[in-house]
Design a protein around this ligand. Structure first.
Ligand code: SAH
Length: 510
């Protein structure tokens, strides 16, 4: 790379889609990962901010249409200024940047300033919103035309540029964005201009997210229905016969955990697997990582290095968490460039998560207990090996692992070394704003996957109201929860993430 291209900034105008993390484009995700400066607004799902690299400058550009944190002119200036400093600036916008997103204006401004940019389209809420409410915007049995318009303009305003007569007469589906505030005025105007009062209408709020809500009526009734339900923006409004399809194909809202807000307290790097499983079941997932995995420091780190270096001396290597596996192999492959340096040790894992992590490093597991807790692992080792006397074993563990495994193995005569592979520290960052959201809106179910997630959750000063249910991954976590005077509503039968997800389903009555 030449010196010049290294210091040349660029602005990516990126459509963040309507909110479901799966609906961000691959290019959009790349642009977030590359960003030095990330400018985002109210409608771009804040979950995406966690993809940014450490040290990225985050700038919140606006709340709602009526309440800009930074006025549009200021945003344009900011984009130009940052790019001219040589920064990679990613401007995230809800949906598609060019569909009522002012992306066109920002692009013009960048051209005028002679600043390089790229447009990254996104999935517009105008299409995805209806889709997630079971409404296809076109359908051969119903229509072959689609009109997308804004409800932001006041139809009673004389200088209104909207031609409601034409919209009313247009055949096919009509999708209105920014229309909740003026719904009654717009419906009246369309009806005045000859629209069919019986035409079905649906509104979808926070479409594609876990907290999606939808409501239905006709052109004549919808304004009253929305008012009565106190149904608020942001919502997409769909008008047309296609709304009838919803009865049959309302796939998203029929998922078993739809409407349930579930808190995941695992570390930021580990949460995504569990969150995905819950989201696939329709839950509104709130990731509140309470802990972070860090490297041991000082003497502990030196000690860990020595033990990893000597790992070939052991007859058994015991792993009790995926974090331990990662930390071990990270260091192992820094020390050795030949996988055979691990020697002939056999491998024990506490449960399927640890086993799967080992498999990622192409290491097979020789021994795993049926129940995935340390006591059972020790029993299984005893059962399968028999005489442990003088057996050389290395246990790769976290700093705060319970001593029960070592006590049981040492009692049986094993020569056990313990490698502290990682430490657990409280997570204090809240880039997604989820801690705030939990404080304000609460949740239906909070899940805990270890004793430290419980402690650190409470250390954040977060109360768990009585109506919120608590799900625990297993007996050890349950104990930690109960020690904190909280009641466990369900404990996973199988102490694994899929086991915990099953327990959540049960709590939700599914
Ligand atoms: N560029 C955006 C639209 C911005 S205008 C897009 O392509 O989706 C803002 C309006 O978009 C809101 O008033 C609402 O009507 C709609 N909108 C955006 N995201 C939405 C979502 N997740 N759910 C419902 N409506 C949404």
């Amino acid at each position: 790379m030449s010196k010049k291209t290294k210091t040349t900034g660029i602005c990516y105008l990126v459509g963040a889609g309507p909110g479901d993390p799966g609906l961000m484009t691959l290019r959009g995700k790349e642009c977030i990962e590359m960003a030095d400066v990330l400018i985002y607004d109210y409608l771009a799902n804040h979950e995406f901010l966690k993809w940014a690299k450490e040290g990225t400058e985050m700038i919140y550009a606006g709340k709602k249409a009526s309440d800009h944190a930074i006025p549009q002119g200021g945003i344009n200036e900011l984009l130009v200024e940052k790019v001219k400093e040589g920064k990679i600036v990613t401007r995230l916008k809800g949906g598609d940047p060019l569909v009522f997103g002012r992306g066109g204006e920002e692009a013009e401004e960048l051209v005028d300033a002679g600043v390089p940019f790229e447009l990254v389209p996104g999935i517009s809420s105008a299409i995805a919103g209806p889709a997630y409410a079971g409404i296809p915007v076109t359908h051969r049995d119903h229509c072959s035309q689609l009109t997308i318009f804004t409800g932001h303009e006041d139809p009673t305003k004389e200088e209104s540029s909207m031609d409601y007569a034409q919209i009313a007469k247009a055949p096919g589906t009509k999708v209105m964005l920014m229309g909740v505030g003026r719904l009654r005025l717009v419906m009246d105007e369309l009806l005045k201009n000859g629209a069919d009062p019986k035409m079905p209408v649906a509104l979808v709020r926070w479409a594609t997210r876990g907290n999606q809500e939808s409501i239905e009526g006709t052109m004549k009734t919808i304004a009253d229905i929305v008012e009565k339900a106190d149904f608020k923006s942001p919502a997409v409004c769909v008008i047309g016969d296609v709304v009838k399809c919803r009865k049959k194909i309302n796939w998203f809202e029929n998922r078993p955990l739809f409407g349930k807000r579930v808190v995941v307290t695992r570390t930021r790097t580990q949460a995504s697997g569990m969150s995905k499983q819950l989201r696939d079941l329709g839950a509104d997932v709130l990731e509140i990582p309470t802990i972070r995995i860090a490297k041991p420091e000082g003497d502990e780190l030196i000690e860990f290095g020595k033990l990893v270096q000597d790992c070939h001396k052991y007859e058994w290597l015991i792993f009790t968490s995926p974090n331990g596996v990662d930390a071990f192999f990270d260091l192992f492959y820094k020390l050795y460039d030949d996988a055979r340096s691990i020697g002939g040790a056999r491998i024990a894992a506490v449960g399927p998560g640890t086993k799967a992590k080992l498999a990622e490093y192409r290491v097979a597991t020789d021994l795993m207990p049926e129940k995935h807790v340390a006591e059972e692992l020790a029993k299984e080792i005893k059962k399968q090996i028999g005489d442990l006397n003088s057996l050389q074993m290395l246990w790769v563990r976290g700093e705060d692992a319970r001593p029960v495994l070592s006590e049981m193995l040492v009692k049986e005569g094993a020569i056990l070394d313990e490698a502290i592979a990682y430490v657990t520290v409280p997570e204090t960052d809240d880039p997604t704003g989820n801690v705030k959201r939990f404080r304000e809106e609460g949740a239906d179910i909070v899940t805990f996957t270890s004793g430290s997630t419980v402690e650190c959750f409470l250390d954040l000063g977060l109360d768990i109201p009585e109506i919120t249910k608590i799900a625990s991954i297993g007996p050890v976590t349950t104990e930690a929860i109960e020690e904190n005077q909280l009641i466990v509503d369900i404990e996973a039968e199988d102490s694994t993430i899929p086991g915990l997800v099953k327990a959540v389903l049960k709590l939700a009555g599914k």
